[in-house]
Design a protein around this ligand. Structure first.
Ligand code: ADP
Ligand code: MG
Length: 621
């Protein structure tokens, strides 16, 4: 038998290995930025075209390379950063595998220009699919510029696998955030298709965070600092009342390297225990410094995972210092005992500001009149105050009726009236009135209603989602809106990317009834809202929307109108656990059956089931 094993040609081996290092344009961004940092650059520029599909270029003012090094840098396992295996445990650089440039050159068109400080001229190198096409002398400033064009030009399957520009750009920006947050002492600029997205001057850590995420971030940050023998922590956590629905702003850096670690993330969450509203996530920007001997970064090629020798100790220290900071800045109650939870300000009240206390004088009050008078007044005040506290925002239920005009609402009211009148005239005790209810709420989750053939059970949350969804969709597609002017415009602060997202769907939002009176780089002012959106819910609705769009993986049948309607329906639908009055229950039932597709929620979940008398009979055999 002939021998059949062959060594793969280099360029094939390189292509295979490249798949591990370069998954998408953002991976190239990460590798190039890290190389520039390792080269001691103090100013780094990132240029992107078409979300990196046509160009990723990084220009730095770092050390540069000699002509020989320039050529060598594209060889696999060529690195200036480690010499022996021992060095792996003393790493002070980002790179060490010597794989990135070789991998990138295997699957793209690369042009390198580089010059060291003391050299007169620099080197210009062009490589396509691992082949050196040309090497020339060039006049260029000190430092290195690497342009990566037409990524995956020779692997069509991978190129086709790339997501939309919107999604790929988001990955690039995520990577940019991670690198720039880890190095506030370096100036960074980023351009996309010629537009400046970020211009981050050299600064301290707090300023860097603010420059990236917007001015408003400043007041949200609580410093965390701790210095122990095993671990040094510095950075910030976000105040609990600013916690967001998205997990976006969570950053751990270990020795200046961005990492993901579910265990340490848990440590932070437990420090925030009891301080966050349901469904929101704390934000944090934390730098951990540990002895490089105690970690192993060499476990994954993309290097966002890391192994610690003693995770349990890190967990405990991290949790304690975050807790301490929250307590010190009066965010968490320091004394947990003898605290009356009833006296705590609810989170949504905290940013409402303080209004001057008003003295109300009842000029008609006469102490010598009937004594009851005073008592009555007091008790009536108490009830209104109490009413305000119940969180149900009931106008939202009436959404289904809007398109049909107020007439049907009146009809609905009058039907209500009739039944009550009837019952009042026929029966005279409360029990009888109870019996006349045509709907019943079960466990604050289901609405049970009788129908001719038997009974109907609705899931209140899913049903209401369906009603709201169709209503929003109708408004967006018909491009007619009913909006409610606000007496005081609502001002909301977002990061630049979040504003970008809002801008993308602004027109559709306007069709639902939102009126944007002013949108700047990090702020939106809203002077009108859809009738079905209570002003207090606006920020929740928009945050949910941003989070949904961020997490959406747009494919061929991506429709922003649909996504928007779904997202708003999700935020505004009555929740499981919410008590509904009988008219509210009835209205929901009626609205659901006025829908085009009442059977399914917008997320394809069953909205209701029926149980016929026959089926019931069978159970009673
Ligand atoms: P690694 O970073 O793991 O060493 P790379 O393939 O990313 O591997 O880079 C190979 C080598 O090329 C680096 O070790 C470094 O010496 C050199 N190099 C890469 N980028 C730059 C740059 N921007 N400036 C100076 N030298 C660079
Ligand atoms: Mg590198």
């Amino acid at each position: 038998m002939a021998d059949i094993i062959q060594l793969l040609p280099d360029h094939v081996a390189n292509q295979i290995a490249a798949g591990e290092v370069v998954q998408r344009p953002a991976s190239v961004v990460k590798e190039l930025l890290e190389n520039a940092i390792d080269a001691q650059a103090t100013s780094i520029k990132l240029l992107i075209k078409e979300a990196g599909k046509t160009l990723v270029q990084v220009i730095d003012n770092g050390s540069g390379m000699s002509a020989t090094d320039a050529r060598l840098s594209f060889e696999r396992h060529a690195t200036s950063k480690i010499r022996s295996a021992d060095d792996l445990f003393q790493l002070h650089t980002k790179g060490f595998r010597g794989e990135a440039l070789a991998s990138i050159a295997a699957i793209a068109h690369v042009e390198l220009k580089t010059k060291q400080e003391d050299d007169e001229v620099g080197t210009n190198l062009i490589i396509e699919g691992s082949e050196i096409v040309s090497q020339e002398i060039v006049v260029t400033p000190k430092g290195t510029s690497i342009a990566v064009k037409n990524l995956f030009f020779n692997i069509p399957a991978r190129r086709n696998f790339l997501k939309s520009n919107q999604v790929e750009l988001r990955h690039i920006i995520d990577e940019f955030h991670r690198v720039t947050l880890a190095h506030p002492g370096i100036q960074f600029m980023m351009y996309h298709n010629g537009n400046e997205l970020f211009n981050l001057p050299e600064s301290n850590y707090r300023q860097r965070i603010v420059n990236i995420f917007g001015n408003k971030t400043n007041e949200k940050l609580v410093p965390v600092n701790e210095d122990t023998e095993v671990l040094k922590i510095s950075g910030f956590v976000g105040k609990p009342e600013y916690a967001k629905k998205t997990r976006g702003e969570q950053f751990f850096f270990v020795n200046d390297r961005f990492i993901k670690n579910a265990y340490l993330n848990h440590a932070i969450n437990s420090a925030f225990d009891g301080l966050l509203k349901d469904g929101t996530h704390a934000s944090y920007f934390l730098n951990l410094t540990v002895d490089p001997q105690t970690i192993d970064i060499n476990i994954h090629p993309t290097k966002t995972e890391i192994k610690f020798d003693d995770e349990h100790t890190l967990y405990a220290i991290l949790r304690a210092s975050v807790k301490h900071s929250l307590g010190q800045f009066n965010i968490a109650p320091v004394l947990d005992f003898d605290r009356d939870a009833q006296l705590d300000t609810p989170y949504n009240y905290k940013d409402k500001g303080v209004s001057t206390p008003q003295i109300e004088v009842d000029r008609d009050f006469n102490p010598f009149q009937e004594q009851n008078n005073f008592k009555e007044q007091r008790s009536s005040k108490q009830t209104t105050a109490f009413k305000k506290q119940t969180p149900s925002s009931w106008d939202s239920l009436y959404v289904g009726l809007e398109s049909k005009g107020t007439q049907s609402q009146q009809e609905f009211m009058s039907v209500q009236f009739e039944t009550e009148e009837k019952t009042a005239s026929i029966f005279n005790d409360d029990k009888a009135v109870e019996n006349s209810k045509s709907t019943y709420q079960l466990h604050n989750k289901y609405i049970v209603s009788t129908i001719k053939s038997g009974m109907l059970v609705l899931d209140q949350h899913r049903s209401h989602q369906r009603v709201l969804y169709e209503d929003f969709l109708q408004h967006i597609t018909v491009k007619e809106s009913v909006s409610q002017q606000l007496l005081f415009p609502i001002e909301l602060h977002f990061s630049t990317q979040e504003i970008d997202i809002i801008n993308q769907v602004k027109e559709d939002l306007e069709h639902t009834g939102f009126v944007f009176s002013n949108v700047t780089k990090e702020r939106v002012e809203i002077s009108g809202v859809p009738v079905s959106v209570p002003a207090s819910e606006v920020s929740v609705v928009l945050e949910q929307l941003i989070s949904d769009i961020e997490n959406e993986v747009p494919d061929s049948h991506f429709s922003s109108a649909d996504l928007l309607a779904k997202s708003m329906a999700k935020s505004l639908a009555v929740k499981t656990g919410q008590t509904l009055t009988v008219p509210e229950q009835e209205h929901l039932v009626n609205s659901l059956f006025g829908c085009k597709e009442p059977n399914m929620s917008p997320f394809n979940k069953t909205t209701f089931i029926t149980l016929s008398v026959d089926e019931l009979d069978k159970k009673f055999v």
